[in-house]
Design a binder for this molecule. Structure first.
Ligand code: MTE
Ligand code: CO
Length: 389
């Protein structure tokens, strides 16, 4: 700037006085100037806050790791507060030894650290019939990605000795909802975890403290929190959460059953309705891509509603079943934009358009909407949620 900036030439308050000492903040919080970076809910979505959801502020975050205090919450019976010494995990049913584990017991098994995204099957569910919610926090914020520490479920199942006719597991939560789902044994033995830490510290109460099931790449509903029991059986249980809920109602009245995997998906987080464009000239477009089938191989981005596409710059680790961060550096001339991103995973799967999804599955469903999102940037930089045909 031509005139001297007072921020440089004048002594500022924080320059003259001592700040807080080391004892002032035993558990640190973000800067007071970041108070707007919070989980938010949509009041009309559910009748009760105890059986509801809030959303990760994706437009305020960067990189691939979600800070613990900003991971969206979805619970059907409120947050259970369980003293760890009172928590037990029972494994019963088709096993040689039915066992009950304390948290201390579980922490004596060999440990693993793994980064995974968790996405609720209902993420983007309100968008099935058309553009509705204004902000990627609300359209795509039922996703988070953290590093879990825990033991492989396989390790603990081996301790119990799974019988040869066992094929299914039913994890069950200790919360008021008693959430339970049927999980195929094959998946459990492949990569499921019993997690007690996220991002290096104990699980947050909201995320299932002291123990949660991690089911990499599969719908969030199966990741039972406050995990207290796993029954081993030879067939699925068809619980409420896999019959009247979490099945996808098709146009012909039939439902898709056991749609566990979260297919490849992506969203531009900046710009987006809560993060308008503020400058002409150089800008950084940023976004997230993920796939429950593996790693993200490529992300394409268009600024003109799909006429021209560029390959986004993927920055940071590209891990299977994890969020992946991408950027596109572009010049904005102040003209309207139609921004979309399209993820491609390492199985070759290409994220579909919303109309392709509707052609295949109709408009009755709310689950598994991984269609391409469109943001319309106006000349004043404001952004709105739209669809292009
Ligand atoms: N586990 C229990 N015990 N109770 C619940 O209500 N909600 C499920 C799942 N596990 C739930 C649960 C749903 S629908 C989702 S999407 C994820 O937890 C959400 O995990 P999060 O709250 O850590 O984001
Ligand atoms: Co869910």
């Amino acid at each position: 700037a031509a005139t001297p900036a007072p921020e440089i030439t004048e002594v500022q308050e924080w320059n003259q006085f001592l700040g807080d000492g080391v004892a002032a903040r035993p558990y640190g919080m973000p800067s007071q100037f970041e108070k707007h970076v919070v989980r938010r809910d949509v009041e009309w979505l559910t009748a009760s806050r105890e059986s509801s959801v809030n959303f990760t502020p994706l437009h305020d975050l960067d990189g691939i790791i979600t800070p613990n205090g900003l991971c969206f919450e979805r619970h059907h019976g409120g947050i259970a507060e369980i003293p760890p010494e009172k928590h037990r995990l029972m494994i019963n049913g088709l096993v040689d030894r039915e066992l009950v584990f304390t948290m201390d017991d579980l922490k004596r098994f060999p440990r693993v650290n793994r980064i995974f995204f968790l996405e609720c099957a209902a993420n983007s569910g309100m968008e099935w019939r058309g553009a509705q919610l204004n902000g990627c926090q609300f359209t795509h914020g039922m996703v988070h990605c953290v590093q879990y520490t825990g033991v492989l479920l396989k390790t603990v199942l081996e301790e119990c000795g799974v019988k040869t006719n066992a094929k299914w597991l039913m994890p069950e939560g200790a919360d008021a909802s008693g959430m339970n789902r049927s999980v195929p044994l094959e998946k459990a033995l492949d990569d499921c975890m019993l997690a007690f830490s996220m991002n290096g510290e104990a699980l947050r109460p909201e995320q299932g403290y002291p123990l949660r099931l991690v089911v990499p790449g599969w719908e969030g509903n199966m990741w039972v929190k406050w995990l207290r029991r796993i029954e081993v059986g030879d067939q699925p249980w068809h619980t409420r959460e896999e019959t009247s809920k979490y099945t996808d109602l098709l146009e012909n009245g039939k439902s898709r059953r056991f749609t566990w995997v979260m297919d490849a998906k992506s969203v531009v987080t900046n710009p987006s309705p809560q993060a308008p464009l503020r400058f002409k000239g150089p800008n950084v477009l940023s976004g997230l891509a993920w796939s429950g089938r593996g790693a993200i191989k490529r992300v394409d981005v268009t600024l003109d509603g799909g006429k021209n596409w560029v390959t986004a710059d993927i920055q940071g680790p590209v891990l299977p079943k994890s969020l992946t961060r991408f950027y596109v550096n572009f010049e904005w001339d102040g003209k309207p934009l139609l921004i979309q991103s399209r993820a491609i995973d390492d199985t070759g799967y290409v994220q579909p358009t919303k109309n392709e999804l509707r052609a295949a599955r109709g408009t009755n469903s709310i689950y598994h909407n991984n269609g391409i999102q469109t943001w319309h940037v106006r000349e004043n930089g404001e952004v709105e949620n739209v669809e292009v045909s």
